[in-house]
Design a protein around this ligand. Structure first.
Ligand code: GDP
Length: 303
């Protein structure tokens, strides 16, 4: 339900473009496929992924000889879910923290994408699942970042490890992980700085944060979660490119899908980067984060 509401704008925009593309046509032909291509690209699926989807549908048309436009949405749902098979099984339903303790999640992304909010929402969900959660404020570059994370720590009632602005991010991460071990925490979420304008600095900073936390927990971080703002469309692709070049990203959260018609970005990013989209943000509230499930997603989008 939250998902349907969150994707409403993407869905209505997409469906209205689709109905224009197939207006007056009963059969999927080259013209319909051309129009569908435009619809997918303008829905921020991205050109490369759009071409893959169109190819899959063309193959189906060739195989089955006939495809009615009435079935096109259903076929799109199937083909897009199949395209995402490499990164999403479709069985993902719950917020889940593995049993290794502490499970360290390093959260990366550019300022303003919803990184802090996503950390707060995750802390809330993990806590709801009965886990002991801890936050680490390793974005020490902006005072506001530390303050914002503190607000989420208060709101969700989880401990936060922080130092003053300008202190060494790696030192904060070290403290946070060490404190998590000492307090027997299940999961620790580490916020990091997101300054993209200096790529070498970003790369160095993230690898130092990792290296230092490994002195406490050798296999940390267990996850590197990249947060992307879905409402920025193609910009999100660009950020994914830059962050995956700077560090090894293991999962994605795509935020702000409510209030944007650019929801197709989730499909393209999942396909282009072969990194699972694990969470999607569909609002500003603490409950407005969902575990990404491709079947629920395509249903909300195309049905
Ligand atoms: P950060 O700089 O990346 O840490 O970004 P913040 O977490 O501070 O979020 C920036 C703004 O985006 C805030 O006003 C959030 O309330 C808002 N925001 C974050 N996630 C979502 C979302 O899923 N939907 C909407 N509508 N707003 C969001």
């Amino acid at each position: 339900e939250t998902l349907d509401k969150g994707l409403e704008k993407s869905k209505t925009t997409f469906l209205s473009k689709m109905s224009k593309a197939v207006a007056g046509k009963s059969k999927v032909d080259d013209e319909v496929l051309d129009d569908l291509e435009d619809v997918l690209v303008s829905s921020d699926v991205g050109v490369a992924t759009t071409i893959k989807i169109i190819n899959r549908i063309e193959e189906r048309v060739a195989r089955d000889k006939y495809l009615g436009t009435a079935e096109l949405n259903e076929i799109l749902r199937e083909e897009i879910a199949a395209l995402m098979a490499e990164t999403n099984t479709g069985e993902e339903t719950d917020f889940y923290v593995p049993n290794n303790k502490p499970h360290v999640i390093m959260v990366v992304g550019v300022n303003g994408v919803g990184k802090t909010t996503t950390i707060g929402k995750l802390a809330h969900q993990f806590k709801k699942a009965g886990k002991n959660v801890m936050l680490g404020a390793a974005d020490t570059f902006r005072a506001a970042a530390i303050d914002q994370l503190q607000i989420w720590a208060d709101r969700t009632d989880v401990p936060i490890i922080k130092q003053k602005m300008g202190s060494d991010p790696a030192s904060v991460a070290y403290d946070a992980v060490q404190s998590a071990v000492k307090n027997n925490a299940d999961v620790v979420l580490i916020d990091t700085a997101g300054r993209l304008h200096n790529k070498v600095n970003l790369m160095n900073e993230l690898s130092k944060v990792k290296r230092v936390m490994q002195k406490v927990v050798p296999d940390a971080p267990h996850e590197v979660l990249l947060v992307l703002d879905g409402s920025t469309g193609q910009n999100a692709f660009e950020q994914a490119k830059q962050f995956t070049a700077a560090t090894e990203v293991t999962s994605l959260a795509v935020t702000k899908l409510d209030g944007t018609a650019k929801g197709g970005v989730v499909i393209g990013i999942s396909d282009q980067f072969k990194i699972p989209v694990k969470y999607i943000g569909v609002g500003e509230g603490v409950e407005d984060l969902q575990v990404f499930n491709k079947y629920e997603f395509v249903d909300s989008f195309f049905k």
